[in-house]
Design a protein around this ligand. Structure first.
Ligand code: SF4
Ligand code: SF4
Length: 317
């Protein structure tokens, strides 16, 4: 293990999540082809190692790492989540600072992705979903009043990319299949929906620091989330059937999906993971006892205030 790898990621609470990642980075906004594409629409493109711009697209880019990206890359590297996060990511936020995420850390000196070499991407089979889609962008949006999110695609035409000069045609669907985005989209779905919901909820929903921490844990450290579920009172408080318990115990993928379902239930009231009736009763009882405590304190304060006023009046007589 290298000296660098021996250092571990600081805990979530020590990290500085300063920067809000723009939905579409400024430099990309200028080169977006504004036409919305569907799965059936086609575009010309061909990328291969002999192209003069080979690996140009692997520099100075903002790559938000989705939960499945992190899982695939660190499995490939054979390292735990905290080591991956420390060495290859930087913290940032989405949805106006509400949702902490991990971004790929580019080399601060030359802006290169840590996995690019002259021969190409060294983690090609496990590259992030953003790299798989390129030069296609995937957008998810929710119209006002609409029940479900709407997904569409668009083309990114950066001037340095010679791939667009080819006559080879792809439909978006063919491109996605060729690049293997399907498994990624399925696993990242809950995560993407949560980002979108949080963004459109604006100030109507508040994300406590603890929920932000859970969101980061669910995104980047599913083992930590699992530890929390099985070592805290979580299973006493929420209805989780035995089959789900087994699945999330055995599989990181299942753990990720479950953790976002739970977060969506807590934040937006979605009915995926419900609190147990006895746990709800317990909360109601605690709130009632707290309300009585506050009432008693208030009454005591009033009595003391009256006594002070009475004493002051007696002194002045
Ligand atoms: S810039 Fe375009 S053509 Fe060149 S390597 Fe990247 S994707 Fe391929
Ligand atoms: S992960 Fe691979 S494909 Fe993606 S930017 Fe880095 S080197 Fe390029």
């Amino acid at each position: 293990m290298s000296e660098n790898n021996q250092k571990r990621l600081a805990t979530f609470r020590d990290m500085e999540f300063e920067e809000d990642v723009p939905e579409i980075p400024l430099e990309v906004r200028d080169v977006l082809n504004p036409v919305r594409l569907t799965e059936e629409d086609s575009f010309p493109f061909r990328c291969h190692p002999d192209v003069s711009c080979f690996t140009e697209c692997c520099k100075n880019i903002d790559i938000v790492l989705t939960p499945y990206d992190i899982l695939r890359i660190r499995r490939r590297l054979g390292i735990p989540a905290d080591e991956f996060l420390y060495n290859f990511s930087r913290p940032a936020t989405l949805a106006k600072g509400q949702l902490p995420v991990a971004m790929m850390q580019m080399d601060p000196e030359n802006g290169h992705c840590p996995f690019v070499t002259e021969q190409g991407c060294t983690i090609y089979e496990d590259r992030p979903v953003n790299c798989r889609y390129y030069p296609i962008g995937l957008a998810l949006m929710k119209r006002e009043q609409a029940e479900d999110e709407e997904q569409f695609f668009f083309l990114i035409e950066e001037p340095f990319c010679k791939g667009h000069c080819s006559s080879k045609q792809w439909t978006v669907g063919e491109w996605r299949r060729d690049q293997g985005t399907d498994g990624y989209d399925e696993l990242n779905k809950e995560w993407m929906e949560m980002v979108l919901k949080r963004r459109s909820a604006g100030d109507m929903v508040s994300t406590s620091p603890q929920l932000s921490e859970f969101f980061y844990m669910a995104t980047a450290q599913p083992e930590e989330f699992r530890r929390f579920i099985f070592s805290s009172s979580f299973l006493k408080r929420y209805t989780v059937d035995k089959a789900t318990e087994k699945r999330i115990m055995e599989s990181d993928e299942e753990m990720i999906v479950f953790s976002f379902k739970w977060l969506k239930s807590v934040l937006f009231g979605d009915a995926f993971v419900l609190p147990k009736p006895e746990a709800v009763q317990e909360v109601v009882k605690r709130q009632e006892s707290r309300r009585k405590e506050l009432l008693a304190m208030k009454e005591q304060e009033t009595i003391e205030e009256r006594k002070r006023m009475h004493d002051a009046e007696s002194d002045s007589d």
